[in-house]
Design a protein around this ligand. Structure first.
Ligand code: ADP
Ligand code: GLC
Length: 485
């Protein structure tokens, strides 16, 4: 089969820069695609961490004035990933998080910062780098949403374009005046069929309107975002474009997440020696100052603290957790208010509720290895990755019945009818009451050892890898190329 060349465009890529699941996907998919004859290179901004890790990268082009200051395009590789890096210090050489200031406020020039990224993606699409002329440009989320737009409003022959939605809640909305400043033709692009969005512009909307194909990260979310509520303003557009929209489930990197070789956990284990999880549980209890007890079911959470994740519902369910004799270990960061409320709940319930505010990859692995169940009570969840890691680590997922959570977990009650083995618990509607009900059900199952073990073993037997899912992307690229030939 003829190899396919794809330029992926992403604002974060694991293991270089990560704030959430987008980075995991952008970092794992290119590696999995190799087996499917897809040569993927990923374009990302030259944040300080990127420049440090790619110190040996080769300069391909240099501009004295790229969106207001000197800029360079570099090519290099890191950890098996082939990368293009847009090094524009006045846009990207800033400390901390890629999107927000130390106070958690969006950088005021985010529009220009990510227009610049999309612009160079389009230029590479048009052949800027003769050694790598892509067949397809694959844009991830709003930060890359203008790449299909720059390609569309240019008359030269262009590659096919794919826009992937990881989260409808982030739409890259800016004032209409930005259109001219970022070099898009005002007359044609500031239009309801282009960038225009409720009087301003939206980078995500532009990508959804103008890309040849749209994907999102689970079939159920692909369906949900076509409704007015799930579409968050873009449901109508997605209904119109339903013919080119599909949902492809995320996988996880099963080398990074492998309980048999994981260097971050206290005791490694596999399906044969699940009992070793108890030792990880003991270490986890110690780290979170929880009472040491193997009998108390330990619930784990690894999450951004945001409205999306439904962790305010978990706060409401704390009385159930206490009444049921369960424990909670939560690792997360985000909303100040949620952080404060969780800290207060932990202070009020020593030994029972443990909370770590922050971002800690190593601790995330230990939570997967040591907690009995992993909670994901999201109001909406495009795919979700922590429940996939949980399946692989024998932590039984208790999740809301939405988006990718619906698609990746088999509820104990639906196992018979679906013909698949149960792997966890799903609740809906997404309310504190329904959540508490699922927690009670899980607690009963936990104390029935054969049932719990069956849940764990079917989780461990579930394929959460990228192998097949990458094949779906490869098929999409080939189909797109065939349709444009
Ligand atoms: P989202 O991208 O919406 O945040 P996902 O479940 O897709 O949700 O991906 C989240 C990723 O970030 C997972 O790999 C998860 O382990 C990781 N993660 C989230 N919060 C933390 C944290 N506080 N510390 C370490 N890892 C975290
Ligand atoms: C987003 C979504 C999450 C998804 C991730 C990777 O951040 O919130 O559900 O798993 O992207 O696609």
């Amino acid at each position: 089969m003829k190899p396919v060349r794809v330029l992926a465009v992403a604002s974060e890529v694991y293991p270089i820069v990560k704030t959430g699941g987008l980075a995991d996907v952008a970092g794992a998919l290119p590696l999995a695609l190799k087996a499917h004859g897809v040569e993927m290179r990923t374009l990302m901004p030259g944040y300080p961490d990127v420049m440090r890790l790619l110190a040996g990268a080769t300069e391909i082009r240099r501009w004295p004035d790229y969106f207001g200051g000197p800029g360079r395009l570099l090519a290099g590789s890191h950890d098996g990933l082939d990368l293009f890096v847009l090094d524009v210090p006045h846009l990207y050489d800033r400390p901390g998080n890629p999107y927000v200031t130390a106070d958690g406020v969006d950088w005021p020039d985010n529009g220009v910062r990510f227009a610049a990224l999309s612009r160079i993606a389009a230029d590479i699409g048009h052949g800027l780098v003769p050694a790598f002329v892509p067949d397809v440009v694959h844009a991830h989320d709003w930060q890359a949403g203008l790449a299909p737009a720059y390609l569309h409003y240019d008359n030269r022959p262009r590659p096919g374009t794919v826009m992937t939605i990881h989260n409808m809640a982030y739409q890259g909305k800016f004032a209409r005046e930005l259109t001219g400043a970022i070099g898009l033709p005002w007359e044609s692009s500031f239009d309801v069929h282009g960038l225009e969005y409720f009087g301003g512009i939206s980078f995500l909307k532009a990508g959804l309107q103008l890309a040849d194909r749209i994907t999102t990260v689970s079939p159920t979310y692909a369906h949900e975002i076509q409704s007015d509520e799930g579409g968050m303003g873009l449901g109508g557009l997605l209904r119109e474009r339903a013919g080119v929209l599909s949902g492809i489930l995320n996988g996880i990197d099963i080398e990074v997440w492998n309980p048999q070789t994981d260097p971050h956990i206290a005791y490694r284990f596999g399906a044969q020696d699940l009992t070793f999880r108890a030792a990880n549980k003991a270490v986890l209890q110690q780290q979170f100052n929880l009472d040491s007890s193997d009998e108390a079911p330990l619930l784990g959470v690894i999450s951004r603290l945001s409205w999306q994740k439904g962790l305010d519902l978990l706060l409401e369910a704390i009385p159930t957790i206490l009444a049921e004799g369960m424990q909670l270990a939560l690792l997360g960061s985000g909303d100040r208010d949620l952080q404060d409320r969780y800290k207060a709940v932990a202070r009020a319930n020593p030994g029972r509720i443990g909370v770590m505010i922050g971002y800690d990859e190593i601790l995330a692995h230990l939570i997967q290895a040591g907690s009995d169940a992993l909670l994901v009570p999201s109001r909406f969840e495009p795919c979700g990755l922590t429940q996939l890691c949980a399946l692989r680590y024998g932590a039984v997922p208790i999740v809301a019945r939405v988006g990718g959570l619906e698609d990746t977990i088999v509820d104990i009650g639906e196992a018979g009818t679906s013909g698949r083995d149960a792997t966890g618990f799903k609740f809906g509607p997404v309310t504190a009451d329904a959540f508490a009900g699922a927690l009670r059900k899980a607690n009963a199952a936990f104390h029935d050892k054969p049932t719990w073990r069956r849940l764990q073993l079917s989780g461990l037997a579930t394929d959460v890898s990228w192998r097949n899912r990458a094949g779906d992307y490869a098929a999409l690229y080939r189909d797109l190329m065939a349709s444009r030939a």
